[in-house]
Design a protein around this ligand. Structure first.
Ligand SMILES: *Cc1c(COP(=O)(O)O)cnc(C)c1O
Length: 391
């Protein structure tokens, strides 16, 4: 790992440019080859024995997958990283790596909706019991552990409502009780926050969002600390997960520019957030980068920046008015996912078991893309005018 050895004292933006390159395998090219492979040929039968050859089968790794895994392991400060075919499959793989039949799982109430369903669906069918908890009330968390609690699953800031969770505090509570911590770090990416440094055991990223960054790839990643790497690696392998080489290549390509894209997403999101806060129709903007956000102190303490995704609570709006606003937007596309170059909006489909969420009918989620902020602000303003005409 020629390029890794001297990387230790380089800054993250520099490492993002250089990491994952291995000239021994991929020659002098800046980018790795896109290796399309199922079968890999062996020199002789002896080479087919375990450890006999570096590459053995397409699913088990290629120079392309290793380049992205190595780049991410460097960024995450991880013992190892696995690639999954989507962010959701990465969540499920992480949970399955540390849970077995009969175990108990604590799930923060504000995790990504389909992640909840993985916990209460397939994991429940395989004998794992899930309990939801309020990540804003960590005093109550120790009381929710049972003899069988083996993992805590958190996401900060939370999906759709953007509450910051004190992850080091969750880690201290969980580790004192012999449980692992799985953190979904999609919002911050490992560039702005490194969960493993905070003691998290498995850090999940929906690479579909900012890692790939161009709305054209589905991919997920899980990074493990040294104690959890063997379990993650084995589970990933036993589930037969792998990602197509073109998608891996596009994700590595996206990663190279992430340190340039993220600050622009943040800058534009802050401009939009401040403009929205000043509008009389807006009750509250949910974005920890705002000084008045309840999570701001934690965000400042733990993260080195913000991404471009935030929530807006409209003052007393009906679902009909929210719908009229969203339909009137021209530059913000209506669409799921985020983290690409374009601005997006969705009505928030909130699912909560124990937290008290803002009124879902009046909540929208915005992604600030890489357009000019003034154009985006004008788009929001004209949509407010249209919405005002709706009962
Ligand atoms: C989008 C998202 C996921 C799932 O990623 P996919 O690639 O769409 O499966 C997981 N967690 C969070 C926080 C997300 O926003």
């Amino acid at each position: 790992m020629h390029d890794h050895d001297d990387a230790a004292n380089l800054k993250p933006a520099t490492r993002l440019i250089r990491s994952g390159r291995n000239p021994e395998l991929t020659g002098p090219f800046v980018n790795p080859p896109v290796v399309h492979a199922s079968t890999v040929l062996f020199e002789d039968v002896a080479a087919m024995r375990p450890g006999g050859q570096r590459y053995v089968y397409g699913r088990r790794g290629t120079p392309t997958s290793e380049a992205l895994e190595d780049a991410l392991a460097d960024l995450e400060g991880a013992a190892g990283v696995v690639l999954c075919p989507s962010g959701l499959s990465a969540v499920a793989t992480a949970l399955m790596s540390v849970l077995s039949a009969g175990d108990h799982l604590l799930v923060a109430d504000n995790v990504y909706g389909p992640g909840r369903h993985a916990a209460t669906g397939v994991l429940a069918r395989f004998g794992v019991e899930a309990t939801f908890f309020d990540p804003m009330d960590l005093d109550a968390l120790p009381g929710l552990f049972t003899e069988r609690t083996r993992a805590v699953y958190v996401e900060s800031p939370g999906s759709l409502t953007f509450e910051m969770t004190d992850i080091p505090h969750v880690v201290a509570i969980a580790h004192a009780r012999g449980a692992k911590v799985v953190a979904d770090n999609t919002w911050a990416t490992p560039l702005l926050y490194r969960p493993l440094d905070a003691g998290v055991d498995l850090a999940v990223v929906a690479g579909t969002k900012y890692l790939a960054g161009h709305s054209d790839v589905m991919i997920g990643t899980v990074a493990a600390n040294a104690e959890t790497w063997a379990a993650l690696h084995a589970t990933h392998e036993e589930l037969g997960l792998c990602v197509g080489p073109d998608d891996i290549y596009l994700t590595l390509r996206g990663l190279r520019t992430m340190a340039v894209r993220l600050p622009r997403h943040e800058e534009t999101a802050l401009k939009l957030a401040r403009h929205l806060e000043a509008r009389p129709e807006v009750e509250r903007v949910l974005y920890p980068a705002l000084p008045e956000d309840p999570g701001h102190a934690l965000w400042r303490r733990d993260m080195s920046g913000a991404s471009g995704l935030f929530g807006v609570v409209m003052r007393g709006w009906s679902a009909a008015r929210t719908t009229a606003f969203l339909n009137a937007l021209r530059l913000f596309g209506l669409g799921y996912s985020w983290g690409g170059f374009e601005s997006l909006a969705i009505p928030a489909g909130l699912q909560r078991s124990v937290m008290a969420p803002p009124p879902p009918a009046a909540l929208i989620r915005l992604h600030a893309g890489l357009e000019d902020a003034e154009d985006l602000i004008a788009d929001l303003d004209q949509a407010f005018t249209v919405a005002a005409a709706t009962v």
